[in-house]
Ligand binder design. Structure first.
Ligand code: NIG
Ligand code: FE
Length: 415
């Protein structure tokens, strides 16, 4: 199968020499080719350039031609943080928050993550696969091409394994590139309320060996926060996960400055995520690390949390990734286009910075930057074609509109 996209008004995020991530001032640069062509062979990008330099078609075998006059082509978004496998929804808690309860108050009454854990316990694998596939298809049509999915609504050996097996099946069923994360340390289940030590032992001594045996997880994650897991517990759990081949990630500094970022750096985390309450000490430490600071504008917006210091972080020289955190409690949307708008409007990130954060940098946060995140020869052909729009600035500008016309994943036209 071969595809040629021609007359592209603007081919966005092209790379001659692919980078693993883009930091600081460079985030404001977004290489583009105006009036371009893009060639795809099998599942890979085979070539691209300006129309005026195009040599025409020598071989018509199995070739599909797409005319993209007045349209843009971008690499698909990489969404490096989601909880897209879940049962039921939590709009009643949404209304509770409108009426004055906080996210923490809802959790301490047995709601929040514990509410989703009860629902997940009752759901079958088949039900979880069916609902997750619907959500995956929805975000795919919104331009997402690779996605990380966490467990963490199981909170028991049986249910955590159920979630991770569902994610493994989704990898086979969906054309999206999927990475799996073990998040048994998402909350302390009610039965262990007065014995957190025993729950941590269960995570490390019972769950991790079983997960490793079935090769169910690429990453291990911990929610480092007051009433969840301390900095020391986070380090202990992440280092244990590492021994079982799971790369660390952390939910850090979401509700308070609690030490998750430094814990993640110490454990060699690939990313630390959320960061509303990140401070100067964390920014300095991140500058001396390979850890990708990842901001989740959907959760910050939906919970009405303070703005993370994204501008300060980029100006200090850091790379930033953006992901959706798609989950039923704090971010019930995986629309990366809308996140571009939130970054530009609320964090004063430029469209270039926001696009780098949702493509190359978020691909780094799931070890995919060698194959995803930009238009480069040899990378996977995961691209989308927009409707007729004036420039990439129009995507964050026209918040709430769906401007994506066609999606190509692994070199196959999806719609
Ligand atoms: O990333 N902060 C912790 N975990 C999720 C929310 C989970 C939930 O409320 O269901 C998050 O925001
Ligand atoms: Fe999360």
């Amino acid at each position: 199968m071969r595809i040629l996209i021609k007359n592209i008004k603007q081919l966005v995020q092209t790379e001659e020499h692919p980078k693993l991530k883009i930091s600081g001032k460079e985030m404001n640069q977004l290489p583009c080719i105006n009036d371009a062509w893009l060639a795809i062979e099998d599942d890979k990008i085979a070539g691209f350039g300006k129309m005026e330099d195009w040599e025409g078609i020598a071989d018509w075998t199995n070739l599909t031609i797409i005319d993209a006059t007045d349209k843009l082509v971008l690499p698909c978004y990489c969404d490096s943080h989601t909880h897209i496998v879940y049962a039921g929804t939590r709009e009643s808690e949404f209304v509770d928050r409108i009426n004055g309860l906080t996210y923490e108050e809802i959790f301490s009454r047995g709601g929040g993550i514990l509410n989703s854990a009860k629902k997940l316990h009752e759901a079958t694998e088949e039900e979880l696969i069916e609902s997750a596939l619907k959500r995956l298809n929805e975000v795919m049509m919104l331009g997402t091409g690779a996605i990380e999915i966490k467990s963490g609504y199981g909170l028991s050996t049986q249910s955590e394994l159920k979630m991770l097996r569902v994610i493994k099946k989704l990898k086979a069923l969906s054309p999206l590139t999927i990475k799996a994360t073990f998040l048994g340390a998402h909350a302390v289940p009610s039965e262990y309320k007065n014995n957190k030590r025993a729950y941590i032992d269960l995570l490390i001594n019972e769950m991790m060996p079983l997960i490793a045996e079935e090769k169910l997880a690429d990453y291990c994650d911990v929610f480092c926060e007051q009433n969840y897991f301390t900095k020391e517990e986070t380090i202990e759990i992440l280092l244990a996960g590492k021994k079982y081949g799971m790369t660390p990630k952390v939910h850090a500094e979401q509700l308070s400055n609690f030490g998750g970022t430094l814990a993640g750096i110490k454990a060699g985390a690939i990313s630390v995520d959320h960061l509303e309450f990140v401070g100067d000490a964390e920014i300095d430490a991140l500058l001396n690390s390979e850890t990708m600071p990842t901001i989740l504008p959907g959760a910050q917006f939906f919970l009405g949390l303070p703005l993370p210091p994204a501008r300060q972080m980029i100006d200090a020289g850091l790379a930033i990734a953006i992901a959706s955190d798609y989950n039923p409690g704090s971010s019930p949307s995986g629309n990366m286009n809308f996140l571009l708008s939130l970054c530009c409007i609320n964090y004063k990130m430029t469209p270039e910075e926001a696009i780098n954060a949702t493509t190359i940098n978020s691909s780094y946060a799931m070890n995919l930057s060698e194959t995803h995140g930009s238009i480069a020869i040899g990378k996977l052909a995961n691209v989308f074609i927009t409707k007729e729009i004036s420039s990439y600035n129009f995507i964050p500008y026209s918040f709430g509109s769906n401007l994506i016309e066609q999606v190509i994943l692994n070199g196959k036209i999806i719609n």
